[in-house]
Write a protein that binds this ligand. Structure first.
Ligand code: GLU
Length: 363
């Protein structure tokens, strides 16, 4: 059923990693052209595609006269800066073979935790798709280095799938799906279907990937968990079988395990890195978790972290376990004198919620 849903998806986010676009560390035009041919087929059949592509660093190596992938972060970012331009240009030329246009969208996962940025990204992507353009997304490596460090365009792709209300997410890599161990090793079995992420609790996904990509399988399984928890079926397949993967006929399928949540709450749950913690007393935990009320200063016993009003923080129970995440209404520096006090005891400018219920998700 999920495979048929992938095949029929009106809108699909396709993510491809550097390892699938390179040969001997350099961008391979042949591989890129093959991928584009599969995507263009789909678009010309009336289905929309958003491509999340890595490969900027690889594309920058040759033009900069570097012998191999640079090791230090600054040179990697510089290579990505030079390479991104060439990568986007290369995609433009390749899609033009099919009469299709592309638009470049550089994002960061952190960007998507700002409500305004989320909306801006949503609007731009919608308009590009309405204009028949294939958006090509990459992490903005100048200001964010998640992907360079953790191979995390997978997670960005899952967030983008939510932003654009995608019907399917296809993660293309250099192995043909998920295995119970290192592919090719004795005993490593192919996993065709994953009904829920809990099924994978016994599988060591950190070893089940290839050696080339930086993220391995862990970030892919995480991305699949984010997407499927939002109702988006996810395929993990080999980039060389992109057309079959888009038809739902290749790779591992992760079945949807949840319903799409309201976008405001979604970015709070998945896209945010908390900047601090508020420790709640037992009464406040009950009020926030069970009665879904706003959090008031009276129920907070401690604060850690440096944060400003409007930033995400975790709300933790008396044992330190996070129970909710929210956007805090105060700067950390203003909080200590307010804690434990009833709102009516506070000066007028402090008589407001610490975290408003509309800015809160229970974890
Ligand atoms: N976003 C970067 C790129 O497109 C990072 C990929 C990587 O670390 O290889 O190249």
């Amino acid at each position: 059923m999920s495979r048929a849903a992938v095949a029929a998806a009106r809108r699909t986010v396709v993510k491809v990693g550097s390892s699938s676009l390179t040969a001997r560390g350099r961008l391979s035009e042949g591989r890129l052209d093959d991928l584009v041919a599969a995507l263009a087929d789909r678009v010309r059949a009336g289905q929309q595609v958003v491509l999340v592509s890595s490969g900027a660093i690889a594309a920058g190596i040759g033009p900069l006269g570097l012998r191999a992938r640079p090791r230090d972060l600054a040179t990697q970012q510089a290579a990505a800066s030079v390479g991104q331009l060439l990568l986007a240009e290369r995609y433009a030329v390749s899609f033009a073979r099919f009469g299709l246009r592309v638009g470049q969208v550089l994002l960061t996962a952190d960007d998507l935790h700002r409500r305004g940025h989320y909306r801006n990204a949503e609007r731009t992507l919608e308009r590009l798709l309405a204009l028949g353009v294939v958006p090509i997304v990459n992490e903005n490596d100048t200001v964010a280095t998640h992907e360079i460090r953790f191979g995390d365009n997978d997670r960005l792709a899952a967030l983008v799938a939510h932003v654009v209300h995608a019907d399917a997410l296809v993660l293309l890599t250099d192995v043909d799906g998920l295995y119970t161990g290192k592919p090719g090793r004795p005993g490593a079995e192919f996993i065709a279907d994953v009904a829920s992420p809990a099924e994978l609790s016994g599988v060591d996904v950190s070893r089940s990937g290839s050696h080339v990509g930086s993220g391995g399988m862990t970030t892919k399984v995480d991305a699949a968990a984010i997407a499927t928890s939002e109702g988006i079926p996810t395929v993990l397949a080999a980039a060389t079988r992109a057309a079959d993967a888009l038809a739902g006929e290749a790779g591992t399928i992760f079945h949807p395990a949840g319903e799409r949540s309201a976008s405001r709450l979604f970015w709070l749950r998945h896209a945010t890195t908390p900047r601090g913690r508020l420790q709640l007393d037992a009464g406040a935990v009950r009020a926030v978790v069970l009665r879904r009320t706003s959090l008031l200063p009276a129920g907070v016993t401690g604060v850690t972290g440096e944060f400003y009003s409007g930033e995400p923080v975790d709300l933790v129970d008396p044992d330190g376990v996070p129970v909710a995440r929210g956007l805090v209404g105060y700067d950390a520096a203003d909080l200590p004198p307010l804690l434990g006090h009833r709102t009516t005891e506070l000066p007028a400018e402090f008589r407001r919620e610490l975290v408003h219920r509309d800015d809160l998700v229970v974890l």
